[in-house]
Design a protein around this ligand. Structure first.
Ligand SMILES: Nc1ncnc2c1ncn2[C@@H]1O[C@H](COP(=O)(O)OP(=O)(O)OP(=O)(O)O)[C@@H](O)[C@H]1O
Length: 509
């Protein structure tokens, strides 16, 4: 069937997707015009990824029609999507670490294009594409040796190499540093300048306003409206998304810090290849305070958190928890000493994706009553507890029995935070707590962190988001090159000052 408005490279008409009895997409309409950047805005679990998975051939609609360049199409596989010129850049990269950039880009494409791994020719083509769109890469580098930002460029090149005209980006900036985000924004603009069309899923309202032409709002599985982005501010966009007013600043009382709970002294920790990542670092976190650890990715913050939680050996120095030595203790021993941890990589360290949401919520407690009796798991108790936590923390999903992989990214994060806060720890360490979360969920998580502080917990928040650090912290420690470059109070500093410390500068007193 033709006759559609050919200006629309994509038209989704009354598209629904039902999982069991759960309606994830409810008669959604979406029109994407050629040469535009079209943002999709919606709360965690609203149904954005589900909708895009139907465009990229990973899921088939339960009902509704999809038109590509004016013709109705059945997109029943990723290769069909690719043939139709649709490419998706996923949030979690799908690259092989041990292969080169070129090998990753041509992987899976050799036979369809009739090329027998002609690496030289492919390298040439990749260089041409990378120059045309400003996607700098080193074709011969191994993927494991390049930065996250470069890995994302490889993902983008992969879709372009397969001839993508319509590119879908699923929260592309969630894993990038501020500098890499700026580079990506330029790349997106280059892509549309060259005639590509882009669908952009992001929770970052600033990014939507910086690059998008139009935005479609999705709420609880339904498309609410499509509007021009020009002239709208963050508050308006946020309110359109959640359907009520949103506050960007979390109210909090002045902290009333008590005894030192976490005492890190002259700590040295190596990174995986043996170089020093944490270099004689000292830091204290007291009961009843939130210390925010700000810094550019790769300055030792991951290794520091891994050392505190027993996941990485300490070379020298000491870590004390309420005056007790925990240096190089096993992770389970540290957990048992009332330390909770929300890890930065929720898929690798936070969840077992194939287990149910309920089982994941019991991961730290399943071996004890009331979750188990005489060595047998009590599923009634496990599931009941999960239902309570899901209601309390607004974890939206079909039920507590679905695998964790079936929760949306933001809801997976809320599930981990619920599990860790519920353990009522003395020390709560949260890394990138709101990565991938919508503004409403961020507001809620920030409130819960402050509530934990007010209940007397020591809280260490590691984040690349300066707004987040400034919003929740009582003290901000800036880490640079494995050392604490400075400690400041949020009310007495600015983002600019933090930026100076983050690159290793010092503040004039
Ligand atoms: N295979 C599945 N089985 C059951 N429910 C599913 C499945 N896949 C997705 N869902 C549910 O559908 C809803 C929509 O999820 P989706 O991932 O599309 O949301 P999203 O808008 O992309 O959210 P986020 O911003 O958090 O990534 C969620 O409640 C999710 O739990």
């Amino acid at each position: 069937m033709t006759g559609q408005n050919v200006q629309n490279v994509i038209e989704m008409r009354d598209v629904s997707k039902v999982f069991g009895t759960f309606v994830a997409n409810d008669q959604i309409n979406l029109q994407v015009q050629k040469g535009e950047i079209h943002a999709l805005l919606g709360e965690n679990g609203a149904g954005k990824s589900t909708l895009m998975n139907m465009l990229s051939g990973l899921l088939e609609p339960t009902s509704g029609e999809i038109f590509v360049n004016g013709s109705v199409e059945k997109i029943d596989s990723p290769s069909k999507a690719s043939k139709l010129g649709i490419g998706m850049v996923h949030q979690h990269f799908m690259l092989v670490d041990a292969f080169t950039v070129t090998e990753n880009i041509i992987l899976g494409n050799e036979t369809t294009r009739g090329i027998k791994l002609d690496t030289k020719k492919a390298e040439q083509e990749i260089l041409e594409l990378s120059q045309k769109y400003g996607l700098e890469v080193t074709p011969s580098a191994l993927v494991r040796d390049i930065s996250v930002g470069q890995q994302q460029r490889v993902e983008i090149l992969k879709t372009l190499y397969r001839g993508a005209e319509i590119l879908i980006f699923d929260e592309p900036t969630a894993v990038l540093t501020p500098a890499e985000i700026l580079e990506l924004m330029t790349i997106l603009k280059n892509l549309v300048k060259e005639g590509k069309s882009i669908i952009l899923i992001t929770h970052k309202l600033d990014e939507i306003r910086a690059v998008s032409d139009r935005v479609t709002v999705i709420r609880r599985g339904k498309s609410i409206e499509t509007v021009d982005v020009a002239g709208r501010d963050n508050k308006t966009l946020a309110e359109m998304m959640v359907g009520h007013s949103v506050s960007f600043v979390t109210e909090k009382k002045v902290a009333n810090p008590g005894k030192v709970v976490l005492d890190i002294s002259h700590l040295v920790v190596n990174e995986s290849r043996g170089a020093q990542a944490v270099k004689s670092l000292s830091l204290k976190v007291r009961a009843g305070e939130i210390v925010g650890l700000a810094g550019i990715d790769g300055n030792g913050q991951s290794e520091l958190v891994q050392a505190i939680t027993g996941l990485r050996p300490v070379v020298t120095g000491s870590i004390k928890l309420k005056d007790k030595e925990i240096t190089n203790h096993k992770p389970r021993q540290i957990t048992e000493m009332s330390v909770a941890h929300v890890p930065e990589d929720r898929h690798r360290d936070g969840l077992v994706l194939q287990l149910s949401v309920a089982e994941n919520m019991a991961l730290q407690t399943y071996y004890k009553a009331p979750m188990s009796h005489l060595g047998f798991l009590d599923y009634k108790a496990i599931n009941q507890k999960a239902r309570e936590l899901m209601a309390e923390f607004d974890v939206r999903g079909a039920s507590e029995l679905v695998p964790a992989s079936a929760l949306s990214g933001g809801n997976q994060q809320k599930a981990i935070i619920a599990r860790e806060i519920d353990r009522n720890p003395d020390l709560l360490i949260v890394s990138q707590p709101t990565r991938g979360l919508d503004v409403g969920a961020i507001e809620y998580i920030h409130k819960r962190l402050i509530q934990a502080r007010d209940e007397g917990k020591a809280v260490l928040v590691v984040s690349f988001e300066l707004d987040e650090i400034l919003n929740v912290s009582d003290r901000i420690a800036v880490i640079h090159d494995g050392k604490i470059q400075g400690i400041v109070r949020p009310a007495e500093t600015t983002k600019q000052e933090l930026g100076v410390l983050m690159v290793g500068g010092t503040l004039k007193s």
